[in-house]
Every structure is written in structure tokens, then in C-alpha cells.
Design a protein around this ligand. Structure first.
Ligand SMILES: C[S@@+](CC[C@H](N)C(=O)[O-])C[C@H]1O[C@@H](n2cnc3c(N)ncnc32)[C@H](O)[C@@H]1O
Ligand code: SF4
Length: 305
């Protein structure tokens, strides 16, 4: 299924009523990072650009400016915000030059097409010596560009593993921890589709487009909106994972099938426990495989499963 693209204004018109109630790991992370900065400032005249439903506007006793009438309507229903809000674009702020000692633009810059014009406006309304606080998360395409700028040869995108005990996680994460990391589905879908739209021909992104879409499908299943579907994988037949304590696993996610202490890797891989595991594993039906975020398929002459 492809993503439907809407403008920020249309998107926030749809989202406004549920924005405050939608738990977002991005908002939670941003809030954790920004709070100490805000606490240090004693601003007397703050302007919150892209103020949305007033998450920061109320806390800062700021003037809020936003392009979405729907988000502003939600903000206006909150105590102390009525009369402190204005509908305008960040690139044409209805504010005189120089009165603000703080301009906050939280999780908004990425929506603004002409970011240079917005920055010009922020500089215009800030008093000399004032503070500009910007928060945002780069889209996946910007991450690709940053990786190129750093001189990396390639980049790989995988779904975050929320539910397994792999990678030395001794117990499965509780639901609250999982939901604080799980991405917002529509946003992730748009991110992956825009990455695919500009898919580089030089192989810089290691996942083929269908594997990028699988990341979205993985979280759709995580939210209970679709069944979990196992990937094509023959990892246990063509590879093994050896832990630092000698434990040998058939892949990152399945339990150990032996240990190299006092024996050889070959003996473990060809021992009765390993053979029994491979003989009984049906990747398509296995619940661990169905939630797998990192599969492997290697073409072989030998039949695997
Ligand atoms: C992710 S919300 C963030 C809201 C608020 N700053 C917060 O952190 O809770 C982004 C907000 O930016 C607003 N926005 C998007 N493009 C804008 C623009 N060009 N000018 C002003 N606001 C804009 C949207 O309407 C939306 O309310
Ligand atoms: S699909 Fe994942 S969990 Fe299943 S065998 Fe392959 S790597 Fe292991």
C-alpha cells in the first residue's frame, strides 16, 4: 500500500484533535532534551513558532504562532492561551522586529519549505543577545546525506527490535518501554516512501525498497493492524552467531544450540541439538521469525529448509 501525501496544513487538520493524546517517542525524547534548556532560561517575552496545540506555549507564557487553524483551535481551549495565539506562516511572522528574548521552534522546522526565510524571521524578531531554540529530527533522507558526508560507504536501515531478548537484553521489554520506542506509523510510512522515491542508484542504501517497506509492515503488525509475516531467511543453515561466552546461536534471535567450550564450532554446528533445531524450524510459522528484524538469505546449491 502506498502512502498518501498531504500538506502539513492538511495533516495537522486531521491530527489536531488527537495530537495531545497520541504518545510519541519523538516528542518524549525532545521534551527530555529541551526541558533542562528551558529551565535555565528566564525569558520575559518568548515567541513559540509552530506552537501547535501549545505544548511549550503555556509553559513559557509565550505568544504562539502556527500555520494550522486546527492546531491553534485546540491550543485556544487551554487555560491562559486564548488571546496569545496567532495564525501565520513561520516565514512571515506578524510580530514587530526585535521584541523577543526567546524564539522557540519545536519540531516544526522540517515542515517549512523556505527554511532560510524562517531563520531570517527568527533573527528579525529576536532582541540582540536573545536565544533561539530549535528542535527537530532529520528525515531519513537527511540521515543518508549525513552518512555520505561522513564518508561512509553504505547505510542500512532496520526496524528497532522491541520484543525479542536478543542482543544481551535479558528480559523482553515491557509494553510501556516498547511503545516509547515504536515509531509513529504514518510518519514512518512517509519517511520510507520518500526514501524510496529518491532511492540512490549506487547501492548506498543496502536494503532494497521492498525491505524498507517491510520495516513499516513490521510496525503495522506490532500495532496489531496486520499479521506478523516472517521474512525469507535461511540464516541457521548458512551462518551462526557465537557469543563472547562461547554460546552458539543459529541466528541473533533463537536460543543457543551449544557452546564452544571444550569443543569446536564445527562440532556444535553439526551436533544433534543443532541438527534437531534446523530440522524442526519452519521460518514461515515460527513466532520468533515472524517478529524478526534482521534476517539473512543466502543463495545456496544445497536445500536449506
Ligand atoms: C510537530 S508539530 C509541533 C508543535 C509544537 N511545537 C510541539 O512541539 O508540540 C508541528 C507544528 O508546526 C506547524 N507548522 C508547519 N509548518 C508551518 C509553517 N510553515 N509555519 C508555521 N507553523 C507551521 C504545524 O501546523 C504544527 O502545529
Ligand atoms: S527469520 Fe530471523 S529469527 Fe528466524 S531464523 Fe531468520 S534470522 Fe533467525
Amino acid at each position: 500500500m502506498g502512502a498518501i501525501r498531504v500538506s502539513a496544513r492538511e495533516g495537522y487538520a486531521l491530527w489536531a484533535d488527537t495530537w495531545d493524546a497520541t504518545p510519541s517517542p519523538i516528542v518524549a525524547l525532545e521534551q527530555r532534551a529541551l526541558l533542562p534548556w528551558i529551565a535555565r532560561l528566564h525569558s520575559r517575552r518568548a515567541i513559540d513558532v509552530g506552537s501547535g496545540t501549545g505544548r511549550w506555549t503555556a509553559r513559557l507564557s509565550a505568544i504562539g504562532v502556527d500555520a494550522s487553524p486546527a492546531m491553534l483551535a485546540v491550543a485556544a481551549g487551554k487555560p491562559g492561551l486564548r488571546g496569545r495565539l496567532a495564525a501565520a506562516d513561520a516565514t512571515a511572522l506578524p510580530i514587530a522586529s526585535g521584541p523577543a528574548d526567546l524564539v522557540l521552534c519545536a519540531l516544526t522546522l522540517g515542515h517549512i519549505r523556505d527554511q532560510a526565510a524562517a531563520m531570517h524571521e527568527f533573527a528579525r524578531i529576536l532582541a540582540p543577545g536573545g536565544t533561539l531554540l530549535l528542535t527537530d529530527f532529520p528525515p531519513a533522507a537527511a540521515t543518508v546525506q549525513a552518512a555520505r558526508d561522513m564518508g561512509l560507504r553504505s547505510l542500512s536501515f532496520l526496524a528497532a527490535d522491541l520484543s525479542s531478548s536478543a542482543f544481551n537484553r535479558p528480559v523482553e521489554w515491557p509494553a510501556e518501554r516498547q511503545s516509547s520506542v515504536a515509531p509513529e506509523l504514518a510518519e514512518l510510512d512517509c519517511e520510507m516512501e520518500s526514501l524510496i522515491a529518491g532511492y540512490p542508484a549506487d547501492g548506498f542504501i543496502l536494503e532494497a525498497p521492498q525491505k524498507l517497506r517491510r520495516i513499516v509492515a513490521h510496525f503495522r503488525a506490532h500495532y496489531g493492524l496486520a499479521p506478523h509475516i516472517a521474512p525469507r531467511c535461511n540464516a541457521p543453515w548458512v551462518s551462526a552467531v557465537v557469543e563472547s561466552n562461547g554460546d552458539v546461536r543459529p541466528c541473533f534471535f533463537h536460543a543457543a544450540i551449544g557452546n564452544t567450550a571444550g569443543t569446536t564450532l564445527g562440532a556444535v554446528l553439526n551436533g544433534p541439538q543443532a541438527i534437531a533445531f534446523r530440522e524442526s524450524l519452519r521460518v514461515a510459522d515460527n513466532p520468533i521469525c515472524q517478529r524478526c528484524v534482521c534476517s539473512l538469505y543466502v543463495e545456496t546449491q544445497e536445500p536449506t529448509q
